[in-house]
Design a protein around this ligand. Sequence first.
Ligand code: URA
Ligand code: CA
Length: 438
Amino acid sequence: MHAVDIIRKKRDGENLTTEEIEFIIDGYVSGTIPDYQISAFCMAIFFQGMDHEETTDLTLKMANSGEILDLSSIQGRKIDKHSTGGVGDTTTLIVAPLAASCGVPVAKMSGRGLGHTGGTVDKLESIPGYKVNLSPREFMEQVNRIGVSIVGQTGELAPADKLLYALRDVTATVESIPLIASSIMSKKIAAGADGFVLDVKVGRGAFMKTVDDAVELAKTMVSIGRLAKKETVALVTDMNQPLGRGIGNSLEVKEAVLTLDGQGPANLQELCLTLAAEMLILAGHTDQYGEARRILEGKLKNKAGLQKLAELIEAQGGNPKVVQDLSLLPTAQYQEPVLAKQSGYVTEIDPLAIGTAAMYLGAGRETKESQIDLAVGIELKHQVGDWISQGEELAIIHANKETDIQEAAQTVRQAFHIHQNRISPNPLIYTKITSKDV
Ligand code: URA
Ligand code: CA
């Protein structure tokens, strides 16, 4: 086999065999196929696509390029949850302890934020003392003991994806449905859970800009799950405004605590209850969505989810008192309100602009090497659909450098679109894709 023939075949729109896909990935990882051929290969996929079988072959090959975590020492059906990435997407910090409080074992590996999107691991590091690096043994023992652990993803999981992603990033081949689907699912499969609940974001702040594309991505990932014998459900959810109120690491931990205490923003709470209900169903706790919701709502009411978050924090070396006293979390030196210049209805809060403003304040990384500031970020005071009066607070900028405030305030003001006519906000959840749909 020769790489050039495989590239040509894909360029001309033909389907690749399992062996051809394996040849390419093996060659890339071992160094016998150079970056320039893999770049051309990715570009051919970008334009010609891949069918679900090819995408599954690519996924499994990448998953098997490194270690596949064996979670069999953890009792019960392990269910993982993954979001394709958004702004202010605080869900894992809520869903993981909430599902665990119902008895679903959650062994979760999360990533760091890059660009305008946040990462769960960074958010957790804003909790004083919290350790994101546990050995695989500590990780599994903790899940058996308290039902949940959230750690950073190790470099040994799906190394082929790591190489490929870095190359896609600089060759304009990230935004390809089969490449995104295989990238995400290879890491999920390598992390060893029995089933996955996927949150596929759509909108201005997401990779997928249209519902049609997001549905296609969701179907591709659910199909990979089915072919890989991992039960998978995907929700297609809105990212045309940031999720909840807090954007920034410690601001999102605060929001997670408030949500588990029953005082969270309505959209964030609703999405978390829906994702967690799907986890309960995949874990086999019930086959009735309504019953799953009732169980979870009970865990919000009796604070069992909040208690589980405190246990998780304590087990990983952090200070569990943060769940009672939010002032123990890092707080920015300056809290500067952004006021509305005119009255009207909020028709849009551009998540890309808000996420980028939070990144420039220091909440996110411009490059992989950037240091982040855990305390800074943006706290929204309104959501799409709200009426606001001139002079009212739109948001609060949390900054540690006085010189950052002006620029962030201007970006936030521009991110809020205010009009005289009310528009109905987008649905929070557009659709659900299960293995019956693919
Ligand atoms: N997240 C990933 O892990 N991979 C992609 O390709 C896109 C988003
Ligand atoms: Ca949020």
